[in-house]
Ligand binder design. Structure first.
Ligand SMILES: Cc1cc2nc3c(=O)[nH]c(=O)nc-3n(C[C@H](O)[C@H](O)[C@H](O)COP(=O)(O)OP(=O)(O)OC[C@H]3O[C@@H](n4cnc5c(N)ncnc54)[C@H](O)[C@@H]3O)c2cc1C
Length: 285
């Protein structure tokens, strides 16, 4: 799984399946449910820490028909497998504004819906009209924005198991040059503030009520704190980075250590934003 995550860590999955259309996905999921075989929906693996033991089950990734974009005026319909950066770039090409904030988020549209991904004052909730979700055993439901239960890094998919199939978005026509300049400006801000030279999963922790994770970590004296090649970034303490050959276990232990030390120093218990997949408690042989 190291090839499929931006942390560049993780052992093998039992099976890895690229699914190319809705019909095939419906068949596969009903089969896996029937056989009680665990499965996991992978986007771009940019918010994911997979164990060194890998994953005992089937990884599903959405491609081809499930990663198409259709523009119709200010309405956009896109498959969950689309890369958010590609979607933002194509919208900008058509002078559509609204997705500039997402232009530097290295995930898929599906992953961004699940997390209500956001940056620089923008969030998916602001541009989504409705989402087609496959609820295993129930079928496909079109869920309106209001019923998506969007919140800070939250959506209904955190409450109820489902697969994002496609999304209808509403953008607005604007000035193409202004949109492109905004994307360039945000890119520069990311480059200046974030350790993009190292593998990571972006911000490791959620922003706690009334504080900033990066500041709490930095105030606890943890900038540069490392276990093996897993390290709290010197550039942005909110990022745990893989400086080269970190094991998932080292990243996991570092995350737990940071939580403990920050809680001792400030009283805040940081909650990981990064999703953990697989077994982290069993020792490696
Ligand atoms: C350098 C860097 C910068 C980042 N900056 C930001 C930022 O500014 N803002 C931000 O919000 N995030 C940021 N992230 C984190 C990450 O890119 C986002 O959370 C992104 O939305 C995750 O999408 P993904 O496709 O990679 O999802 P994954 O990491 O593959 O999966 C995340 C979760 O979504 C689920 N999922 C994925 N696709 C589907 C689907 N189709 N149906 C159901 N469930 C699905 C997975 O099962 C998993 O639970 C950053 C990450 C990196 C590495």
């Amino acid at each position: 799984m190291r090839k499929h995550t931006t942390f560049r860590v993780g052992g093998p999955a039992d099976f890895f399946v690229s699914v190319k259309d809705r019909e095939t996905l419906l068949h596969i999921i009903s089969y896996l449910k029937e056989q009680k075989i665990p499965y996991f929906l992978l986007g771009n693996g940019s918010n994911l820490l997979v164990s060194d033991h890998g994953y005992r089950g089937v990884i599903l990734q959405l491609t081809e028909d499930l990663a198409q974009i259709t523009f119709d005026g200010e309405c956009v319909r896109a498959g969950a497998g689309v890369q958010l950066m590609r979607l933002a770039a194509q919208a900008a090409e058509r002078s559509l504004t609204g997705l500039e904030f997402a232009s530097g988020i290295p995930g898929t549209l599906g992953g961004a819906i699940v997390m209500n991904a956001g940056a620089y004052g923008g969030e998916m909730v602001q541009v989504v009209e409705s989402v087609d979700i496959l609820y295993p055993g129930e079928g496909i439901v079109t869920v309106s924005n209001a019923d998506m239960h969007f919140g800070y890094r939250h959506s209904i998919l955190k409450e109820k198991e489902g697969v994002v199939l496609s999304v209808s978005l509403r953008l607005q026509f604007g000035e193409k040059d202004t949109i492109i300049d905004k994307i360039a400006e945000l890119k520069e801000q990311r480059r200046a503030k974030q350790p993009l030279e190292y593998a990571s999963a972006g911000s490791t922790f959620k922003r706690p009520e009334g504080a900033f994770a990066g500041k709490l970590i930095s105030d606890a004296g943890l900038k540069g704190y490392a276990i093996g090649d897993a390290c709290v970034s010197e550039k942005h303490a909110g990022f745990v980075v893989n400086k080269g050959n970190a094991a998932a276990d080292e990243i996991y232990r570092l995350i737990r250590d940071v939580q403990d030390k920050v809680q001792q120093a400030s009283g805040y218990l940081l909650e990981p934003e990064v999703i953990m997949l697989g077994d982290f408690e069993t020792e490696k042989n």
